[in-house]
Each structure stands twice: as structure tokens, then as C-alpha cells.
Design a protein around this ligand. Structure first.
Ligand SMILES: [Zn+2]
Length: 232
């Protein structure tokens, strides 16, 4: 019985490994080639700035654009030319809010998100929303320029088609500020893993359930034996 259970657990581990490693030979991507042209225009919304906005944040966005134009984390299969423009019909729109939890009703810990609008496997445009600080308990904590720069680099990485990395040193690793990142495509990407967990959970429940039925049958048989003896 114990041996059987061991085999079952080994089988489940193998199943998870297979499912979660599907396509992981290459870097995790939401879309390997999302943009029609390598010149990608970026518009920064300076008309709707939140109360706690710092003017130094725009410089951090410019640095984040440079980062990707210079090759970024080296995981893109194309070299983008991210270009700041004045028209708001740009490919990527960047805007700020004071707090995503209170302003957009998002979960705690979300510091930014990138929402791509996809048509025929190409990005039509991407909205990036960044918050300028967070609550720690009841205390407001304003994001430093470095945090803003890293956050923008991370969200731009999504806008360029990259998904999350497991490597803590990679800009696409969902760090403390981005741990509950809610971009919808990301959910899509982790779905095989979630499905694997659901399968395992139901198998374990069924297995334990079956064990319970077996022990119930044994007990009933034992009871029958005892009672029939008593009757004698
Ligand atoms: Zn993310």
C-alpha cells in the first residue's frame, strides 16, 4: 500500500515537472514578437498626475526606455527602438496613480501593471499604470527613483512581450513590489501550472477518499465478524 502511494507521488511530481516545464527551454514570454515594427512609440501622460507624483519619475521612465533600447536583460529576440512621443495615440501609454489598491481596487502589493490589447497575435497598444507609493500599514511610503526605474523597466518588459522570470537577479522577476502583478496575460501563462496543481489536489483527495472507503469496508467486515460471533 505504502509502495503504491510512493509511486503515485513520484508520478505526480513527474507530471508537474512535465507540465510546468513545457516551453521553458526558452525565456518565458507572453508574446515572442508582439510589435509590428521595432520602432515603438511611448507617451507619458502628464495631464493626469497624482498628488504624490515626483517630477524625477519621468527621468526614470526615460532611463528605463534606454535600458531596453540598449538590450535590456538580453532576452528579447528583437532590438526595440522605444521612442518618446507627444501624441497620446502612441503604442505604449504610461500613466501614474497614487495607489493602485485604493484607486483601481487591485490587490495589496501590486505596484504596477501592463495591459496589452492584442489583435491577431500583435500588440495594438499597451497601457502601463504605475503607482507612486504604497501604504505600509497606515503609513504612506513614497517610491524612490530607483524603485520607479525598476518598476518601469519591469512593466516595459511585459509591454515588449516578456513574462516573469524565476531568476531573482532578472528585471522580470516579480519582486516585492510586483509580487501580485495582475496582468491578464500572465494568468494565461501560469495556467498550465495552476491546472497541474488542481489535478494533483483532486487526485490526492480521491486517493485519500478511496483509502477511507477501504478502511470503512474493513471496519464493517470486522464488525460483522464480531457481532456474528456475539450472536453465536
Ligand atoms: Zn510583472
Amino acid at each position: 500500500m505504502l509502495k503504491n502511494r510512493r509511486y503515485l507521488i513520484l508520478l505526480l511530481i513527474a507530471l508537474v515537472t512535465i507540465i510546468s516545464s513545457t516551453g521553458s527551454n526558452s525565456y518565458p514570454k507572453l508574446n515572442a514578437d508582439p510589435w509590428e515594427s521595432t520602432t515603438i512609440t511611448v507617451y507619458i501622460d502628464e495631464n493626469n498626475l497624482p498628488e504624490h507624483y515626483s517630477p524625477s519619475y519621468k527621468i526614470q521612465v526615460e532611463k528605463a526606455l534606454e535600458y531596453w533600447n540598449d538590450g535590456g536583460n538580453g532576452q528579447l529576440s528583437y532590438i526595440p527602438v522605444l521612442e518618446l512621443v507627444e501624441e497620446d495615440n502612441a503604442d505604449i501609454l504610461i500613466m501614474w496613480v497614487d495607489n493602485l489598491e485604493s484607486d483601481n481596487g487591485l490587490d495589496d502589493g501590486v505596484a504596477g501593471f501592463a495591459r496589452p490589447y492584442e489583435i491577431n497575435d500583435r500588440y495594438e497598444r499597451v497601457d502601463i499604470v504605475l503607482e507612486v507609493g504604497n501604504y505600509e500599514g497606515y503609513a504612506w511610503r513614497q517610491f524612490s527613483d530607483k524603485t520607479m526605474r525598476d518598476l518601469t523597466k519591469h512593466e516595459l518588459g511585459h509591454a515588449l512581450g516578456l513574462a516573469h522570470s524565476d531568476d531573482k537577479n532578472d528585471i522580470m522577476y516579480p519582486s516585492y513590489e510586483q509580487k501580485n502583478n495582475v496582468d491578464p496575460l500572465l494568468y494565461h501563462n501560469t495556467r498550465p501550472f495552476l491546472i497541474a496543481i488542481a489535478i494533483i489536489a483532486s487526485v490526492l483527495i480521491l486517493y485519500r477518499g478511496a483509502g477511507w472507503v477501504r478502511s470503512k469496508k474493513k471496519r464493517e467486515a470486522l464488525e460483522r465478524e464480531i457481532f456474528s460471533k456475539q450472536e453465536k
